[in-house]
Write a protein of this length. Structure first.
Length: 181
């Protein structure tokens, strides 16, 4: 019988976003193979891979190895968005499955809280999310007119330029950013 994944308040569907993947690898924190692992390398002095979602959610990965799954300064976009209380920042950085972006990850905040991560998005995914999602990314990118049309046409969930979309847990407003390598 498969184990049910832990709930991540700020990352409600980490399998769909690609942050958690099926894996039979042994978690370096708990020493168990639980069928899933984090598909990334957390920030810290140890190069840890294959951390299970349970050791992220209960904070044991952070407690044992001091790792972060997003830079604490990235919660709030390095000052771009609203500040969140220390407890929220720590919940996102230490006990929430992060995600990988091309540059440094930012986590959208609003109304004194972190938002839910909806995932990496390309043009196709943003179009499915609707005009608000497209406008959030356009506004953040700073592109307009033909420059925006070209940039938007190149957005891809897995390659080149990628958008990262979030939803406020309180009002539903979308937020996010894009970056590229």
């Amino acid at each position: 019988m498969p184990m049910e994944l832990p709930d991540f308040k700020y990352h409600p569907n980490p399998i769909a976003t690609g942050s958690i993947v099926r894996s039979e690898k042994v978690c370096p924190v708990c020493g168990q193979s639980r069928g899933f692992s984090y598909d990334g390398v957390p920030y810290g002095t140890n190069e840890l891979e294959h951390i299970c979602p349970w050791c992220i959610a209960d904070g044991s990965a952070h407690d044992k190895f001091g790792v972060e799954f997003i830079d604490t300064e990235g919660v709030g976009g390095f000052g771009e968005w609203e500040r969140a209380p220390k407890e929220v920042v720590e919940e996102v950085a230490f006990r929430t499955a992060g995600f990988a972006s091309w540059q440094e990850e930012h986590w959208f905040t609003r109304r004194g809280d972190a938002a839910e991560f909806l995932g990496p998005m390309g043009k196709e995914e943003l179009e499915k999310m609707g005009p608000e999602a497209i406008e959030v990314v356009r506004a953040e990118s700073g592109h307009q007119g033909a420059d925006w049309e070209y940039y938007f046409s190149k957005l891809d969930r897995r390659f080149a330029a990628t958008a990262y979309l979030f939803r406020c847990r309180h009002c539903g407003k979308l937020g996010g950013y894009s970056d590229y390598h």
